[in-house]
Design a protein around this ligand. Structure first.
Ligand SMILES: *[C@@H]1O[C@H](CO)[C@@H](O)[C@H](O)[C@H]1NC(C)=O
Ligand SMILES: *[C@@H]1O[C@H](CO)[C@@H](O)[C@H](O)[C@H]1NC(C)=O
Ligand SMILES: *[C@@H]1O[C@H](CO)[C@@H](O)[C@H](O)[C@H]1NC(C)=O
Ligand SMILES: *[C@@H]1O[C@H](CO)[C@@H](O)[C@H](O)[C@H]1NC(C)=O
Ligand SMILES: *[C@@H]1O[C@H](CO)[C@@H](O)[C@H](O)[C@H]1NC(C)=O
Ligand SMILES: *[C@@H]1O[C@H](CO)[C@@H](O)[C@H](O)[C@H]1NC(C)=O
Length: 322
């Protein structure tokens, strides 16, 4: 279990030292969301002002599948002792020093990971030694569900896809508007991400005569709830593509418009000033007819027309995408 050395040291000191010294935990179980911050607290008796030089606090963690415990944070004789800290906790674990004088050894872990879950030992040595265990559970609800509608290549079938990440593993149900479970061809698979989350993908294959909307429901008992995404069959009538593509259809024309509008404006301004100078040029032309000048004039109006038509097309595309 936890490092044998610390336990041996502890038992030695317990038999010799004060039996009155006890560590207490106001909360034994912490349940937090993946990515959030957590503070876990152990209390120890401080009589009057704290003598920091006499204080040693050790926080260790042991996950379910680990054989060895990890050192999360160590304060030795009042000073942080980083060399022994496990690499998983570097930069993420801290002891709230201002709370120590109140007899509170509060460990803070930021951006909690799935692998942070487990049993935490807090051992405190302050003219006496004691320790307690605290349990940390980490959950990641399937918050954001990505949906996609695809046409099965070469077949008269469509595929609805829902994909999301979370922890622990969720089941996926498909329902229609009347909340009946949809049978048929459902294929749910998952992979593990580098962060230890489940990446769950569920696909419903169906014939296009299905006239009802349906939703995919990600459910896990431990997450104490479900999340769902709604897919409208209307999407099939208008376009067999995914929502992402229509977003691209909208973004690209918008970028084109942003790029084109200023140049169109500049050309418009140039044309304006050109027209102002027209009478002078006409005079010049009469005296010395210049082919080059006329060509340039033609070119300018052509480009302008081209730009204007681009702008119009972009607007059309944009509204389609919307
Ligand atoms: C977690 O703590 C860090 C550092 O103290 C802070 O920057 C961040 O905003 C906190 N995050 C949340 C979700 O509270
Ligand atoms: C606290 O400290 C005072 C003097 O510093 C001492 O008289 C008293 O017995 C101590 N109490 C406990 C519970 O240790
Ligand atoms: C489900 O999908 C996976 C990957 O897309 C594929 O390898 C597997 O054969 C499918 N299973 C069924 C029963 O269709
Ligand atoms: C989850 O899986 C999908 C394909 O099933 C993949 O496109 C996506 O990048 C994966 N996400 C992560 C975070 O691994
Ligand atoms: C197609 O429509 C018929 C009649 O409404 C229905 O009985 C059948 O289940 C539908 N097929 C699918 C795949 O939804
Ligand atoms: C499906 O959803 C769309 C938009 O969410 C809605 O307009 C339509 O009435 C729904 N159709 C059915 C059969 O519920």
């Amino acid at each position: 279990m936890f490092q044998i050395l610390t336990v041996l040291l502890l038992e030695l000191q317990l038999s010799v030292g004060s039996a009155l010294f006890t560590v207490e935990v106001p909360q034994q179980l912490y349940i937090v969301e993946y990515g959030s911050n957590v503070t876990m607290e152990c209390r120890f008796p401080v009589n009057g002002s704290l003598n920091l030089g006499l204080l040693t606090v050790v926080w260790e963690q042991k996950g379910q599948s680990q054989s060895k415990s990890k050192e999360v944070y160590t304060l030795r004789n009042g000073k942080a002792f980083p060399p022994s800290q496990h690499q998983d906790y570097i930069g993420r674990a801290a002891l709230l020093h201002s709370e120590l004088k109140l007899g509170r050894a509060i460990l803070q872990i930021t951006s909690v990971k799935i692998t942070d879950a487990g049993s935490y030992l807090c051992l405190i040595d302050y003219q006496g030694v004691d320790y307690k265990y605290i349990t940390l559970e980490v959950k990641a609800p399937y918050k954001k569900i990505n949906t996609q509608v695809m046409r099965k290549p070469g077949e008269d079938k469509f595929v609805f896809m829902c994909q999301s990440e979370g922890f622990p593993l969720a089941e996926v149900f498909w329902q229609n508007a009347k909340n009946f479970n949809l049978s048929g061809s459902v294929n749910t698979t998952y992979t593990l991400t580098a962060d230890g989350l489940y990446n769950v993908t569920s696909m419903l294959t169906f014939k296009p005569n299905m006239s009802e909307n349906c939703s995919c429901v990600f459910w896990n008992k431990e997450l104490n709830g479900e999340t769902s995404a709604h897919i409208s069959t209307l999407a099939l009538m208008s376009t067999p593509y995914s929502g992402q593509k229509s977003l691209i259809l909208f973004i690209i024309p918008t970028c084109v418009m942003v790029a084109v509008l200023p140049s169109a404006l500049i050309i418009f301004q140039k044309r304006k000033s050109f027209k102002n100078g027209q009478s002078k040029k006409d005079k010049k032309r009469k005296l010395n007819p210049n082919l080059k000048d006329e060509n340039r004039d033609d070119f300018n109006s052509q480009t302008e027309a081209l730009y204007l038509s681009t702008v119009t097309t972009s607007r059309d595309n944009g509204s389609v995408g919307l």
